[in-house]
Write a protein that binds this ligand. Structure first.
Ligand SMILES: Cc1cc2nc3c(=O)[nH]c(=O)nc-3n(C[C@H](O)[C@H](O)[C@H](O)COP(=O)(O)OP(=O)(O)OC[C@H]3O[C@@H](n4cnc5c(N)ncnc54)[C@H](O)[C@@H]3O)c2cc1C
Length: 402
C-alpha cells in the first residue's frame, strides 16, 4: 500500500458556505494538494443570524468575506457560478465559460427558495435567505414606519419552521423598538402562518407547544393548517380569506440547487431532488456531494454541512494516501431555536432546555460555529456582535435601538 501523496492533486470545491468552507480549511492542510474554492459570491453567509440581521442586528454577524476566512490558508478563491459538470473529462464550467479541471470535486451549493409556483409570492414576498433579502426587508420596515408613517395592519410571516418562528419572535420586539424610538403610533398584528397542523413539524410536540406559548406571549397570532394560495401587492390569500398586508415574509419552502437538475444526466437524484451519495459521500467516483445537497438523513442544517465537510476532507486525504477509508456516519444535530430576546428552545439528545438556559446554549453553539471556520480572535469579534447592538436606521441614520 502506497503512503505517498501524488504531487499537485487538484481539489476543487464548489460553494463557499458551511460545507465548502469547512472542507477547504481542512483540505488545504493536506500535503501536495492544490485547493481551489469557487463560489458565486465573495462572502460566506452565516444563515442562522440572518433573522437577526433582518430585525436590527449587524450585517457583520451574518456575512463574512471569504478572503477573511482564508487569510491564513493556502486556498485559491474564485468568484464564479458553476453551471455544468463534465464527469468524464473531470471538469466543471462556469456561466462565463471558464473551465476548471479537478482530480477530486466537492459540491456544496446549498438550497434555494421554493415558492411552489404560488401566484404573486416571488414578486411581492420578502425573504431572508440572503443578506440582501434581509436588508431589503429591514429597509421596507423603516420606509413604511418612519419615512411614510404608514404602518401595516398585518405583518405576516409564512412558514412555521425554525426560520419562521425565529423571525416572528424577533420581529415582534423589533417593531416595538422602532415604533417606540421614532414615536410612531400604530396597532399592528403579526401573523405566523403555517400549512401543517402545528408549528415546527420536525421538532418534538413538546418543543412545538413551548415555542407556540412563547410566541403567543410576544403577541404573535398563530395560524396553523393555513395554506397560502396567492399574494398581491396589498394582501395575502389564505384558504379563500384575504389578509391585508404589504409585508409578507416567505420562509416556507426550499428546493435543492437547480445545478443538480441541470446535471441530472451524470448524477442520481433521490428524494426532493437531492443527490444520492455512497458511504463516502460520493455521487460518483471523485465527485463528492455534501450539506443541503446530499440525500442524507440530517441534510438541511449547518451542523450537518460542517460535519460533511470535515468528513469528505478526511476521506480525500486518506484516499490520496492510499489508506483505509472509514464510512460516513450521520450524527444527529442539536437544534436550538431562539425566540425573541434571551429565550431559546434547545434539544440535545433526550434533553430539552427552554428559556434563558436554551439561549445560553445557542450563544455557545454560535461561538463554536464561528470558531469552526474563523480564527479564534475573528470568531470572538463576530460573536460579540450579537448583543442588542443595532445598525443605524437606514432612513434617518440614527441608531434604532433605544
Ligand atoms: C434563514 C436560514 C436560517 C438557518 N438557520 C439555521 C440554524 O439556526 N441552524 C442550522 O444548523 N442550520 C440553519 N440553516 C440551514 C443552514 O444554513 C444550511 O443547512 C447550510 O447553510 C448548508 O450548508 P451548505 O454548505 O450545504 O450550503 P450553503 O451554506 O448554502 O452554501 C452554498 C454556497 O454555494 C454557493 N453557490 C450556490 N450555487 C453555486 C454555483 N452554481 N456556483 C458556485 N457557487 C454556488 C452559494 O453562494 C453559497 O456560498 C438556516 C438556513 C436559512 C436559510
Amino acid at each position: 500500500m502506497s503512503t505517498e501523496v501524488q504531487p499537485h492533486h487538484k481539489i476543487l470545491i464548489i460553494g463557499g458556505g458551511f460545507g465548502g468552507v469547512k472542507a477547504a480549511l481542512k483540505l488545504c492542510q493536506v500535503p501536495n494538494a492544490h485547493v481551489t474554492l469557487i463560489s458565486q459570491t465573495a462572502v460566506f453567509s452565516y444563515y442562522p443570524q440572518l433573522y437577526h440581521a433582518a430585525t436590527g442586528g449587524s450585517r457583520a454577524e451574518a456575512v463574512i468575506p471569504l478572503t477573511q476566512l482564508f487569510a491564513a490558508a493556502a486556498v485559491e478563491l474564485v468568484t464564479a457560478t458553476i453551471t455544468t459538470l463534465n464527469a468524464e473529462a473531470k471538469t466543471v464550467t462556469a456561466s462565463d465559460g471558464q473551465e476548471f479541471a479537478y482530480d477530486e470535486l466537492v459540491l456544496s451549493l446549498g438550497s434555494v427558495t421554493n415558492y411552489f409556483g404560488i401566484a404573486g409570492l416571488e414578486k411581492f414576498a420578502y425573504n431572508i435567505k440572503t443578506i440582501d433579502g434581509a436588508e431589503r426587508f429591514k429597509q421596507h420596515l423603516h420606509q413604511q414606519l418612519i419615512a411614510e408613517r404608514r404602518p401595516d395592519v398585518n405583518y405576516v410571516v409564512v412558514g412555521g419552521g425554525a426560520t419562521g418562528v425565529e423571525l416572528s419572535g424577533a420581529l415582534a420586539e423589533y417593531l416595538h423598538q422602532i415604533t417606540t424610538k421614532h414615536g410612531v403610533t400604530t396597532n399592528f398584528r403579526i401573523d405566523l402562518v403555517e400549512a401543517s397542523p402545528r408549528l415546527l413539524p420536525h421538532s418534538s410536540a413538546r418543543t412545538a407547544a413551548k415555542v407556540k406559548r412563547r410566541l403567543e406571549r410576544l403577541g404573535i397570532n398563530i395560524m396553523t393548517g393555513a395554506e397560502v394560495e396567492a399574494e398581491t401587492a396589498e394582501s395575502l390569500q389564505i384558504k379563500g380569506q384575504s389578509i391585508a398586508s404589504r409585508t409578507v415574509v416567505w420562509t416556507a419552502g426550499v428546493a435543492n440547487n437547480p445545478f443538480y437538475q441541470a446535471n441530472a444526466s451524470v448524477l442520481n437524484l433521490g428524494d426532493h431532488g437531492k443527490v444520492t451519495v455512497d458511504d463516502h459521500m460520493q455521487a460518483r467516483e471523485s465527485v463528492y456531494v455534501i450539506g443541503d445537497n446530499a440525500d442524507t438523513k440530517y441534510a438541511g442544517l449547518a451542523q450537518t454541512a460542517v460535519a460533511d465537510g470535515t468528513f469528505v476532507a478526511a476521506d480525500i486525504a486518506r484516499k490520496l494516501r492510499g489508506v483505509t477509508r472509514p464510512r460516513y456516519h450521520q450524527s444527529a444535530p442539536f437544534p436550538v431555536i431562539p425566540i425573541g430576546d434571551r429565550w431559546a428552545a434547545a434539544t440535545i439528545g433526550p434533553l430539552e432546555f427552554y428559556g434563558f438556559g436554551g439561549w445560553m446554549l445557542r450563544r455557545l453553539g454560535d461561538f463554536v460555529a464561528y470558531a469552526d471556520i474563523e480564527s479564534l480572535p475573528g470568531a470572538l469579534k463576530v460573536w460579540r456582535l450579537d448583543g442588542r447592538r443595532e445598525d443605524d436606521c437606514p432612513i434617518c441614520g440614527q441608531p434604532t435601538a433605544a
